[in-house]
Design a protein around this ligand. Structure first.
Ligand SMILES: Cc1cc2nc3c(=O)[nH]c(=O)nc-3n(C[C@H](O)[C@H](O)[C@H](O)COP(=O)(O)O)c2cc1C
Length: 380
């Protein structure tokens, strides 16, 4: 059985165990630092697993997670309700999916220290359409002689959400099989298509849904407010939608890429955005999705965990995933695409599609997205 001393030795070795393969920008503090050697120098195993957890995919990169450390080896995880997306995610379904992804990366990193993460979801009961003060999970880390980090652990720092046009090649059967296997679980059904007969109508619904979200001022402005334009803004607010680096810096400095311009559908910045997203949806050789058999909070948490595994499996097998969630959003103007996508994928509002995701390959993976500091997540 691994002793505490053994765990501390493993923690001390953490710097050489992981490699993010990314470099930070000049800005201080470095908003991408979390990707390099997560957990380095930590002496508390909970902080090691949390340093990996916060690299999880999550809607609009809000990172809506809070943690209370309890005793020597336990912690309760909460939704940070100051970080919700009330316009595009009125019932906080996507936020809970992001919490599931956070939880999954915690569970996958505990074995690296010879520990198992015992997880109780919604230990004080689950909330209804609103969220409340109750934790979404309680985690206890305990020594486990059988614990061994699996192949997904190494992908935690390599995984990216690729917001880019994909190569035209059809993803291979073997890689797609691995992604589906990673996402399938009790109460969850994973599906995919690379067949134009289903791919084309799905792409058309996705595009319509994108137009509705960006054409509805209150939902569009929710995203615009979360855009971080230029390196300095990203460094000040290492969350939200990162619009920095390369050409974006030039456009931001020239006053072309501003929040005001992005709020105006006729601006050059907005028209450029339309072209970029149109190119992405057109360059989508396949879609992947996760349905759940129920629509409750536990199903949402489980689907978020499954999605995190799917993205790590994709990364292991040379595929990339990019959620395209607009048609799954539950605000009134989206009712048409919502109904269509559920029907097309054999789902219903009480057994819904939880994730709808572009799937393909890219020539070169992108840089990581920013992350907040671990200390900012921990409640005193
Ligand atoms: C539930 C959920 C929904 C998401 N929906 C979208 C989406 O509609 N469009 C998009 O570009 N990214 C979407 N994402 C991906 C996030 O934007 C991404 O995870 C976040 O920006 C952090 O980037 P990273 O995954 O590369 O670390 C979604 C992620 C989750 C977990």
């Amino acid at each position: 059985m691994p002793s505490r001393r053994h765990i501390l030795q493993l923690l001390a070795a953490a710097p050489v165990l992981t490699a993010a393969g990314c470099s930070g920008p000049d800005a201080t503090p470095d908003p991408y630092a979390a990707w390099r050697q997560p957990g380095q120098g930590e002496s508390d195993p909970r902080r090691f697993v949390l340093a990996h957890g916060l690299l999880a995919p999550n809607p609009h990169n809000r990172q809506p997670w809070l943690v209370r450390l309890e005793g020597a080896d336990a912690m309760s995880l909460y939704v940070d309700r100051t970080r919700l997306l009330p316009e595009t995610d009125p019932f906080h379904r996507q936020i809970v999916l992001g919490c599931g992804a956070f939880l999954e990366l915690i569970a996958l990193s505990a074995p690296r220290l010879g520990l198992a993460a015992d997880i109780q979801a919604w230990p004080k009961g689950a909330p209804g359409p609103g969220l409340d003060d109750r934790p979404f999970a309680r985690v206890v880390l305990r020594p486990d002689p059988a614990a061994k980090a699996g192949p997904f652990f190494d992908q935690i720092v390599r995984r990216r959400t690729e917001k880019a046009p994909f190569l035209p090649e059809r993803p291979s059967d073997s890689a797609v099989r691995e992604v589906l296997a990673a996402a399938t679980g009790p109460g969850l059904i994973a599906g995919e298509t690379r067949d134009p007969e289903l791919r084309d109508p799905l792409a058309a619904i996705c595009w319509k849904a994108w137009e509705i979200e960006t054409g509805t001022p209150r939902t569009h402005l929710e995203s615009v407010r979360l855009m971080r334009i230029g390196k300095a803004e990203v460094a000040r607010n290492p969350d939200g939608i990162d619009i920095s680096g390369g050409m974006m810096e030039v456009l931001a400095r020239a006053g072309v890429m501003t929040r005001e311009a992005l709020s105006d559908p006729n601006s050059m910045a907005s028209r450029t955005g339309v072209d970029m997203y149109r190119e992405m949806i057109d360059a989508t050789p396949g879609f992947f999705w996760i349905r759940s058999e129920t629509a409750d909070r536990s199903a949402q948490l489980a689907a978020g965990r499954a999605y995190a595994r799917a993205q790590l499996a994709a990364s292991t097998n040379g595929l990339v995933l990019h959620p395209w969630s607009m048609a799954l959003q539950e605000f009134a103007e989206m009712a048409g695409p919502y109904r269509q996508v559920q029907a097309l994928l054999g789902a219903r509002p009480d057994a819904p599609v939880q994730m709808l995701v572009r799937m393909g390959t890219v020539r070169k993976v992108s840089d990581p997205s920013p992350r907040r500091k671990l200390d900012d997540l921990i409640l005193s």
